[in-house]
Write a protein that binds this ligand. Structure first.
Ligand code: BES
Ligand code: ZN
Ligand code: ZN
Length: 491
């Protein structure tokens, strides 16, 4: 059974019954000092004899010297200012490393609602585990597995129902993305992903429409049909719509949902194919974002498009040199079947723009080149300058790292084809691969402001856990999208 989120309370006083209490550690004259509510300052008498340090991601657990029924968890807050971002990470790191505690108290001083909210988010995000496919829970699942945490109490003067509702909505969204990405690709077929999207939206004021392969074919979704035709498990398109009575703006979200990317006939080598279950992260992200926005009842209309297919090599698969007729009529020569994300997204972008949204944002694990350009902690944001700048601001506000990347106009001419309107990949030249992906998508967007997020660099945390981020799926972009929708909501 999928696990549920722990309960979350904001209280003026720490409950007597907690199993563990998180306190912060900062630095004074090179020595670790406790950063916590006054009642925990006695810990300064013992801190020198522990391994507690102020460095971020340094988490130390000791029995409480004044109450042996509970433990104290020291978490480093780093040496610069204690910002909401630092608190989110430091609390997340502590929760990730908790083992055996069922009820947790957090005794950090909070100066504002924003700090309280960041602590709540860090605690809920850091507690994520995925053990569904283990017959005996092991320790490497998504950053550590343990007795699931059932209750979190944050001591604060900033008690607000909004903070509780919002941090739960954010954590629920991140968990939905991570659960879907973690689910193995033999289980998560295109039809299964569509069914799970329908189920996730069911309790919310969201209308859902699913296109099966026959409807896709009939209506001319040549990109999605083409990419999906090599698999015995046919493609899907899912449209989710949230349209509250009160709204001014309408944003369309379009997500790449390749449930597994073998590369198709342009087959990936074995080592690059491993991990390609992550290739549906964009679709999971737009689903989770619209669910969070609807559950928070934000006054903004949102339409989310999940472009879902499995990219397999077979006798029915698309070939290099095939020409596809995309939704809306443009034709594309497939020069590389491994550049499939842009083919399914092109259909989604055209369908999304037909409804005249005020902004389109697509989310995709589009290119390996994203990591070459940006490493694994920043994702690329491309498209219309003003729209990109605004989005990056919202992301920063939410504590997420996106970087604006250029979309040089000469790239479009590199994608000219002799037989079709354009081709889906450059041949024999890998320079600026992330930007070329964006340039291809640009051809399928008209005049609507548009942002393209290439999250191939950050969707998976391939290294060690840090802050609230465990190893594996990160749910990158979800918090940024929710924050952006809040900003664009009518007052
Ligand atoms: N799904 C991959 C991109 C990817 C690579 C995501 C690594 C996550 C990690 C995408 O479909 C792909 O294969 N892109 C090609 C494009 C190329 C053929 C123009 C790539 O990046 O090599
Ligand atoms: Zn591919
Ligand atoms: Zn792909």
């Amino acid at each position: 059974m999928p696990e549920t989120l722990p309960s979350l309370r904001l209280l003026s006083k720490l409950p007597a019954s907690v199993d563990a209490v998180i306190v912060g550690v900062t630095d004074r004259d090179g020595k670790p000092v406790v950063f916590a509510l006054e009642e925990f300052e006695y810990l300064n008498e013992v801190i020198a004899r522990t391994d507690a340090r102020s460095a971020l991601d340094t988490v130390t657990r000791i029995p409480d010297p004044r109450d042996d029924r509970r433990s104290i968890i020291f978490t480093g807050l780093g040496s610069s200012d204690v910002t909401p971002d630092v608190l989110r990470d430091a609390v997340g790191a502590a929760v990730r490393k908790l083992s055996g505690a069922k009820s947790l108290g957090i005794a950090l001083p909070t100066a504002s609602i924003d700090e309280t909210a960041a602590i709540a988010e860090g605690a809920l995000l850091g507690g994520y585990t995925f053990t569904q496919f283990q017959s005996k829970p092991n320790t490497s699942s998504g950053g550590g597995s343990r007795t699931p945490l059932s209750a979190i109490s944050i001591v604060t003067q900033h008690k607000s129902k909004t903070v509780i509702d919002r941090s739960r909505a954010v954590a629920t969204a991140a968990k939905l993305v991570k659960d879907l990405v973690n689910t193995p690709p033999n289980v998560l077929s295109p039809a299964e992903l569509a069914a799970r999207a329908t189920a996730a939206a069911k309790p919310l004021p969201i209308r859902v429409k699913v296109w099966d392969e026959k409807q896709l074919e009939r209506e001319g979704f040549g990109g999605i049909v083409g990419v999906g035709q090599g698999s015995s498990r046919p493609p899907r398109l899912v449209r989710l719509a949230y349209s509250p009575a009160k709204h001014k703006n309408h944003i369309a979200l379009v997500g790449k949902g390749i449930t597994f990317d073998t590369g198709g006939l342009s087959l990936k080598p074995a080592s690059s194919m491993l991990g390609m279950k992550y290739d549906m992260t964009g679709a999971a992200t737009v689903l989770a974002a619209i669910c969070a926005i609807a559950s928070l009842e934000l006054p903004i209309a949102v339409t989310a498009w999940m472009c879902i297919a499995e990219n397999m090599p077979s006798g029915t698969a698309i070939r290099p040199n095939d020409v596809l007729k995309m939704y809306g009529g443009k034709t594309v020569e497939v020069t590389n079947t491994d550049a499939e994300g842009r083919l399914v997204l092109a259909d989604g972008l055209v369908a999304a723009e037909k409804e005249k949204p005020s902004l389109i944002i697509d989310v995709a694990t589009l290119t390996g080149a994203a990591s070459v350009a940006l490493g694994n902690r920043y994702a690329g944001a491309m498209g219309d300058h003003a729209a990109v700048a605004q989005f990056v601001e919202s992301a920063t506000d939410a504590g997420e790292q996106f970087w604006p990347m250029p979309m040089p106009s000469e790239l479009a001419s590199l994608l000219k084809s002799d037989v079709a309107d354009l081709m889906n990949a450059k041949v024999g030249n890998t320079a600026g691969g992330m930007l070329v992906g964006a340039a291809f998508l640009r051809e399928f967007v008209g005049t609507t402001p548009w942002v393209h997020l290439d999250i191939a660099s950050t969707a998976n945390n391939p290294g060690g856990a840090y802050g609230f981020t465990g190893a594996g799926p990160t749910a990158t972009a979800v918090r940024a999208l929710i924050r952006h929708a809040e900003r664009l909501s009518s007052k």
